[in-house]
Design a protein around this ligand. Structure first.
Ligand SMILES: [Zn+2]
Length: 170
């Protein structure tokens, strides 16, 4: 009998909070959140046997959390800015927090936004929605950012804070 022993993190970050991390066999997948703990559930036949499978499960958690948050904030910002968005996709992006295609009126968001506090995801959503008005990062773009989110300069530094050095990257 060969056992697969995989390294399971003792905690992961969700919306800026460090939470204890546990795995649990259940009749369905999904996850359970409490004040202190995230429990990822898996069906017995889908027990993760590699770090890559575990990361895939955590990515699903972040994807779902980002989806729920974007569902609240996208309608807010598109209304405030008076812009029209045709499609929002949330996915794993290697080197971007988000991107916007003003021509197609679509934005993409990185599912790892769910690691950091909500205000960082909100900043990225605002940033990408503003590209529907101003595609470049010139003075006009920055003055719009400052108008709608006066503290954006400190918010956009959040992922570089020392606090997040031990993030379990997925
Ligand atoms: Zn940009």
């Amino acid at each position: 009998m060969v056992y697969n022993i995989i390294m399971i993190p003792s905690h992961i970050y969700l919306w800026g909070n460090k939470k204890n991390f546990t795995l649990s066999s259940a009749s369905q997948g999904g996850y359970v959140l409490s004040e202190t703990t995230i429990t990822l559930c898996y069906r017995e036949q889908h027990r993760p046997t590699s770090v890559e499978q575990l990361k895939r499960m955590i990515r699903r958690l972040y994807l779902q959390e980002c989806y729920l948050y974007a569902q609240k904030r996208i309608p807010y910002w598109t209304t405030v800015l008076g812009v029209e968005l045709k499609k929002v996709s949330i996915r794993r992006l290697k080197s971007l927090w988000g991107s916007c295609s003003p021509h197609n009126k679509t934005i993409r968001l990185n599912l790892c936004l769910a690691i950091y506090p909500h205000q960082f995801a909100d900043y990225v959503i605002l940033h990408e929605c503003l590209h529907l008005i101003e595609p470049n990062h010139g003075p006009m773009f920055k003055s719009l950012l400052s108008k709608y989110m006066p503290h954006w300069k400190s918010i956009h530094q959040i992922p570089r804070q020392k606090l997040y050095q031990e993030v379990f990257y997925v």
